[in-house]
Design a protein around this ligand. Structure first.
Ligand code: ZN
Length: 216
């Protein structure tokens, strides 16, 4: 594991704010990123999942697919439906998803527990097939994805979520590479949201108790 990159500090006083945030991290605090503060489900997701380093290739696959389902919607919408997705899509086990029949996709389209858009649901199966083809060619999906941040989390300390980028050159490159492998619903903004979710980009607000430090 390489050392952590601190990419930049937005709207604060250069490196002092990073030290300040590290100091904050050592203190008991109930402060959290503002985006999660009004909903218990989002708050729990923030506390227990968001930005924690994920290295397991199949969990990364699931996360990427779910971020793709978010396109045009809020993450909360997808989070509420996540369990239904897991039930419909075989817990995102790529072999099982890749082998799903058209009838299974049709059945999923009738389920209000998922986002009922054929293109989005078919994208999960298409992505599973791309995942398997990549693995069969000798690729390691986790190493491949982490290579876009040089195998090390990129830490930013924004004043608020509104100050975080929606895409970066790394997410642009990831998006392009995934498309080349046959993945779909992997635009650069989806890739960046995915990178935040799995700890490749650590973007907790400056006032959040998790700010400035990668979590494993
Ligand atoms: Zn936070």
């Amino acid at each position: 594991m390489g050392k952590t990159n601190v990419r930049c500090v937005i709207g604060e006083k250069n490196s002092n704010s990073f030290l300040f945030c590290r100091f904050m991290d050592r203190k008991p605090s109930v402060t959290k990123c503002s985006w999660c503060s009004k909903n218990p489900l989002l708050e729990r997701y923030h506390d227990e999942e968001w930005g924690i380093e994920e290295r397991d290739p199949e969990r990364l696959f699931e996360c990427l697919c779910l971020e793709g389902q978010q396109a045009g919607l809020s993450w909360l919408t997808v989070l509420k439906k996540r369990q239904s997705y897991r039930e419909r899509f075989h817990s995102f086990v790529p072999e099982k998803v890749a082998g799903m029949s058209d009838a299974e996709i049709d059945e999923a389209l009738d389920d209000e527990g998922v986002i009922r858009l054929r293109l989005k649901l078919e994208a999960i199966r298409k992505n599973a097939r791309a995942y398997l083809a990549f693995r069969q060619s000798g690729g390691d999906f986790s190493k491949f994805l982490w290579s876009f941040v040089n195998d090390s989390p990129v830490v930013t300390v924004p004043n608020s979520f509104a100050d975080t980028p929606v895409r970066t050159s790394a997410s642009d490159a990831m998006s392009k590479a995934l498309r080349k492998l046959g993945f779909t619903f992997v635009g650069s903004t989806i890739c960046y949201a995915f990178m935040q979710a799995v700890g490749m980009a650590v973007d907790h607000d400056a006032g959040c108790r998790f700010s400035g430090v990668p979590r494993r």
